[in-house]
Design a protein around this ligand. Structure first.
Ligand SMILES: [Zn+2]
Ligand SMILES: [Zn+2]
Length: 193
């Protein structure tokens, strides 16, 4: 594993700026991997991890910097729950830990560095130093992952009978014997013009 400082340099490059959320995300991932006993995510443990993230904010950009789990490799899963939380799944040991940022962490940062008036700087400073227990709560969880969820899954491609578009990874919806894509099944997030 690299040091927090080294990860911060990489995170800043990837995210475009350094911020309190980046530090929180890096530390969240470091904590999660430590709890799992994974210490070589870029080498020996490269295909061992899947990470679920629950928010699309700064912290989320920082997590793959540590875990190596990327969306395009199917090892990063986004569940839009609006929470600063992530679940780190160890495929080798078949166990997972969910880490959530504590609501009290901002208040704790204010208490530690009342003289730093800039909130982001105050939190950046505090989040570098605060013990894991002050920043996060962790719980062991079970995550049901079908074979189609894993990186490298090769399965039969489906075709939507409505729009004709191809569907991968069993994301099709069987309705009254007809194979539909999620959009045609009613989950469309866009409106065709
Ligand atoms: Zn940011
Ligand atoms: Zn369709």
């Amino acid at each position: 594993m690299k040091s927090l400082d080294e990860y911060m340099v990489l995170a800043e490059q990837a995210h475009g700026h350094m911020c309190a959320g980046q530090i929180l995300g890096l530390r969240m991932a470091l904590y999660g991997l430590r709890l799992l006993g994974v210490d070589d995510p870029e080498g020996l443990d490269r295909k061992r991890l899947v990470t679920f993230v629950e928010i699309d904010r700064c912290a989320t950009d920082a997590i793959p910097i540590v875990t190596g789990c990327r969306l395009g490799k199917r090892a990063l899963k986004f569940r839009d729950f609006g929470k600063v939380a992530a679940t780190f799944c160890d495929l080798k040991q078949d166990r997972a830990v969910r880490v959530v940022a504590k609501e009290t962490s901002k208040q704790r940062a204010r208490e530690l560095y009342p003289d730093i008036t800039d909130r982001n700087r105050q939190q950046m400073r505090a989040y570098r130093e605060m013990p894991d227990d002050d920043l996060f709560a962790a719980q062991w969880v079970q995550v049901a992952l079908g074979p189609e969820e894993f990186p490298g899954y090769k399965g039969e491609r489906q075709v939507c009978v409505e729009c004709g578009e191809g569907i991968n990874f069993k994301r099709g919806v069987l309705r009254e014997g007809r194979m539909l894509c999620k959009a045609c099944a009613g989950e469309r997030y866009y409106t065709p013009l």
